[in-house]
Ligand binder design. Sequence first.
Ligand SMILES: Cc1cc2nc3c(=O)[nH]c(=O)nc-3n(C[C@H](O)[C@H](O)[C@H](O)COP(=O)(O)OP(=O)(O)OC[C@H]3O[C@@H](n4cnc5c(N)ncnc54)[C@H](O)[C@@H]3O)c2cc1C
Ligand SMILES: Cc1cc2nc3c(=O)[nH]c(=O)nc-3n(C[C@H](O)[C@H](O)[C@H](O)COP(=O)(O)O)c2cc1C
Length: 782
Amino acid sequence: MKIAIIGGGPAGLYAAILLKKQRPQAEITVYERNRADDTFGFGVVFSDATLDNFEKYDPPSYRRITQEFAYWDDIAVHFRGTVHRVGGNGFCGCSRRMLLLILQERARELDVALHFETDIDDESRFADADLVVLSDGINSRFREKHVDHFQPEVDLRSNKFAWMGSTKPLDAFTFIFQETEWGPFIAHAYQYEAGRSTWIFETDADNFAKAGLEGLNERQSADRMAEIFGWFLDGHPLLINRSMWRNFPMIRNRRWVKGNMVLLGDAKATAHFSIGSGTKLAMEDAIALADAMAQAPTVDAALQKYETGRREEVEKTQHAADVSLVWFEHVDRFWNFDPVQFAFGVMTRAKAITYDNLTLRAPEFVREVDKAFAKQVHANGLDVDLDKPVAPMFQPLKLREMKLANRAVVSPMCMYAAKEGVAGDFHLVHYGSRAIGGAGLIFTEMTCVGRDARITPGCAGLWNDEQQAAWTRIVDFVHGNSAAKIALQLGHAGRKGATKLMWEGMDRPLEQGGWDTVSASPIPYFPDSQVPREIDRAAMDRIKAEFVAAAERGNACGFDMLELHCAHGYLLASFISPLTNTRTDDYGGSLANRLRYPLEVFAAIRAAWPAHKPMSVRISATDWAEGGITGDDAVQIARAFGEAGVDLIDVSTGQTVRDAQPVYGRMFQTPFSEQVRNEARVATMCVGNITTPDQVNTILAAGRADLVALGRPHLVDPTFTMRAAAWYGADVACPPQYLPGKEQIFRNSVRDRQDFDDLKIKGKPKTRAELKAEATKPLAAE
Ligand SMILES: Cc1cc2nc3c(=O)[nH]c(=O)nc-3n(C[C@H](O)[C@H](O)[C@H](O)COP(=O)(O)OP(=O)(O)OC[C@H]3O[C@@H](n4cnc5c(N)ncnc54)[C@H](O)[C@@H]3O)c2cc1C
Ligand SMILES: Cc1cc2nc3c(=O)[nH]c(=O)nc-3n(C[C@H](O)[C@H](O)[C@H](O)COP(=O)(O)O)c2cc1C
């Protein structure tokens, strides 16, 4: 077999090594345009887990790599004169030059042919090869040559960055967030060998221009960075080596394989430097290719196997990198944060590290985070324990005069069980049991303001006395048997009205017994849905009056809070999104115009709703669709409602149009809550695939939301909050009838948690830094 490899970076060299081990008879050649020791850049970093993988696939190169590496466990975050260190991370670094020399040497040992100073511009010279590996890096010539086939998507990110080096020694992966007269500058730095560290500097395009970096050469810009970070560099110089400022390209390719050619490494997919996974991805691509070649009967089958088997893993890493890079791009959102909360945000930005996880390895740090959180709660006028604060999930929150005992919320969820809009026994048990279960706040399902405002025939309403009496019974039960507060969500279905019960066909039109629907514009939801009537001024007035009447009834029922439903494509949302509002009058066109009617309704019910009771608005912070609402629009929408007196924005997303492309995942809507909260400076509630108390604490502690709502988790577990309180040792109200159960779970949880933590600690392998420290510990210290 003949294999040609274009590009002698980590991907190409490691692929050569693994393939040659597998097929000693194969003729494998690597073509590299640079000289052998002519490598650019400074250090690379790997996690312990990545090294474990290398050990499995090629012990000799692994051994040499690990002999050369610098190890560290801590991440240090410097921000506004403070430094927070968090241990247990398990990283190591080495120089890129050394890594490549080790891989070259190993390849030579195995009889791989290495041709340096050989720039390949035409793959046709490899017509006789069985396999051609395109590992020619981030600016891959061959990816571009076959652009129509590979269909790359190159997303050039907005921040500017440059890669430099220094002689400054570092004992931790170091982030420095530096205030300057031009705005924030960030350094990502780590040591990779004795006396050498990598320094990646990053800032946004505005600050870059304001700092006058635009016209400077490499040396001059390094000098500017040395001025900014001089206090930390301690007189150590900044070194340059092709240290040009660039914008990071996130690269993805629709196809990875063309005939017998295959993309590997940066040519195929990049991962932002802030998660340090570029070289890992490149070398693990080589592993995946070698595995596929070992397992499949033909090259064709192997390449298909490589692409299908590897894509998900690569996309997962790229997603984590995306989340992380977006955090750095928007660092000014957090610039006014308490430094420890800021550091917690840095640590947890990419979702892999969480509150519980940090509690195990950096308990002091988490205690500080808890204290800072409690201090903010205290500053808002609530009397909480500042010395031994409970976890953020169990900190109270005050909105106007309403005080919530904790921050866990039952998200609004239609039960489709009402008869003519009247909530019945099912609702009493449903809301009652969740209130007893300990949540701080319970939302009702979307409660419709008129008969024709209903989504389905099973939706609850609040337009007549019978419905009012039914809701009063539920509110009284909640208040009489729990510490929970209960909020009424009011809505009008708009073009999604007259549709079937969820389990009979969500959003599908009723076959019989429907009613006429209205919307901002006459656009049906499905092509075969009812075409809604474009709402006119008279109907707008009538529906506004229905909202006011329902709000007044809600107050009479005793609800503690009122939410206006302006999300998910229902009537008020249909005004806000340009995808569902094509009006040419004062209620269409600009966002300000599209917001006019929802704001009018909000103002009318705010006036009718008692001043001491809070109000929230639920929005879809993105339509997940081309031309629709975006996160930036959501900030404007939140500001507009904020000016109108809203106390909380309930940040949901989507459900506006059928062809939306939501990107699901754990906590997938939380980034929108974070953006709205920290840019519009309004309290938010986040929701969406949040399933554990650990996630709730992580979100709250990082300042990404003020309340966390859980929908589906509460459908199966009414006692979600009670159980979490037992786990974290926080108190939660419980009716006397259930006290023996509470006492038992609280007692058992202390032991269960201890066992669980012990198991986790025991099960966690020692990091290489820990092992090295143990191995080099002087005997006298034993
Ligand atoms: C600022 C910055 C910081 C980074 N920090 C880290 C980090 O901390 N950790 C980490 O793991 N990764 C990091 N990376 C990423 C890492 O450098 C790359 O992801 C990794 O090198 C990709 O390996 P590769 O083999 O795919 O590509 P490359 O290393 O780019 O190798 C491609 C090779 O192909 C050669 N070549 C290109 N075209 C041709 C041709 N036509 N003919 C012959 N040869 C050709 C090039 O000369 C090059 O040697 C960083 C990247 C940047 C930009
Ligand atoms: C059965 C069901 C009914 C729902 N009904 C409503 C509703 O009436 N009003 C509303 O704003 N959201 C409604 N939602 C959306 C939830 O409030 C929540 O935003 C969504 O389920 C995502 O949260 P989760 O991942 O925690 O379930 C409903 C969700 C479910 C599962």
